[in-house]
Design a protein around this ligand. Structure first.
Ligand SMILES: *Cc1c(COP(=O)(O)O)cnc(C)c1O
Length: 320
């Protein structure tokens, strides 16, 4: 199996240049003061479509052959990947179908529909939604674009890491939301490629941390999916995982788990102290710092705030 390298990330960046926003890196004065060490936030919540997923999806679609573009694409998503794929497909004039489970919040479903993609809502887990995607691949010839376990998706997410490296070459610790591991694999490849000593910390919720349990078991395992404030971190890593499990095992130094209360505290802090709206899955880096589980210890850290696509009523209940 060929895994992506730093070179593939640079090629992805060139390919997607002009189709993605270069998001800002800002110091968090409140967290720097709290930890007595510099803390920076990579505001990927300001990316087009509201999450970093557009990086991987755009890079993936640009790698399709003209014949594949003609057939159209299908995916399974907890929301943000589907939205990104819908956006990227519309821009390239392609058909896109997004399969979702009933756990995906209504605000995310509506956003995908609005972008002109076809929605299929099936079952109560990512795995059930995945079976519907398989059916469409078989029956309608659609091309599957996975949310994370794909060479070009990982390379696309890695462009975010290249930006961090340019804006904060003194970084010593990276705090990165972790679900399927496409984001952390890409960013770790980018940053460790130049700064091998950087500490990479993945952060998941206690409820259904598939990558964490897979690392413990030494192979991909299934976990029960539960409702969480960090809905975009839900879902398994795939029992036939090819890319992200080996990359995470090689590049990630530690995985930290957070309770729902800790995640809520992260969202609240970002809103009240930094005036930023982040979804639960995106606030886990800040939440881990507040919980004393990562960051600080004299190191310069960067927390990736990975998305802002939270249902506003639910958000206001959390931060109110
Ligand atoms: C998808 C997603 C993640 C997790 O990314 P993986 O590549 O699956 O690890 C984190 N935050 C947000 C907002 C996401 O949409």
């Amino acid at each position: 199996m060929t895994l992506p390298t730093l070179r593939d990330l640079h090629l992805a960046r060139k390919r997607t240049c002009g189709l993605l926003r270069r998001t800002p890196l800002v110091e968090s004065d409140s967290l720097s003061a709290l930890t007595a060490a510099p803390v920076f936030l990579k505001l990927e919540s300001l990316q087009t479509t509201g999450a970093f997923k557009l990086r991987g999806a755009t890079n993936r679609l640009l790698m399709l052959s003209p014949e594949e573009r003609e057939r159209g694409v299908v995916t399974v998503s907890t929301g943000n990947h589907g939205r990104a794929l819908a956006f990227a497909a519309r821009r390239l004039g392609m058909r896109a179908v997004v399969c979702l489970s009933q756990l995906v919040p209504e605000n995310k479903r509506a956003a995908i529909r609005k972008l002109g993609a076809e929605l299929r809502i099936v079952g109560h887990s990512q795995d059930e939604a995945a079976r519907e995607a398989e059916r469409l691949i078989g029956e309608e010839g659609l091309i599957y674009v996975p949310p994370f376990d794909d060479f070009h998706i990982i390379a696309g997410q890695g462009t975010l890491g290249l930006e961090i490296l340019e804006d904060c070459p003194e970084v010593e610790e990276l705090l990165i939301p972790l679900s399927g591991g496409g984001l952390i694999s890409g960013v770790a490849l980018a940053v460790k490629g130049s700064l091998p000593g950087v500490r990479v910390v993945g952060i998941s919720m206690e409820r259904g941390a598939a990558m964490y349990h897979s690392l413990q078991a030494g192979r991909p395992v299934e976990v029960e999916e539960e409702k969480s404030l960090a809905d975009s971190l839900g879902g398994g890593i795939g029992l036939d995982n090819r890319f992200t499990f080996p990359l995470v095992r090689e590049l990630v130094d530690e995985v930290v788990l957070l309770s729902e209360a800790e995640i809520a505290a992260g969202m609240r802090h970002l809103f009240r102290e930094e005036r930023l709206v982040a979804e639960g899955g995106a606030a886990v880096g800040v939440a881990a710092i507040l919980a004393g589980k990562a960051g600080g210890r004299g190191r310069t850290s960067v927390a990736v705030v990975s998305g802002c696509n939270v249902d506003m009523d639910a958000f206001l209940t959390v931060v109110g």
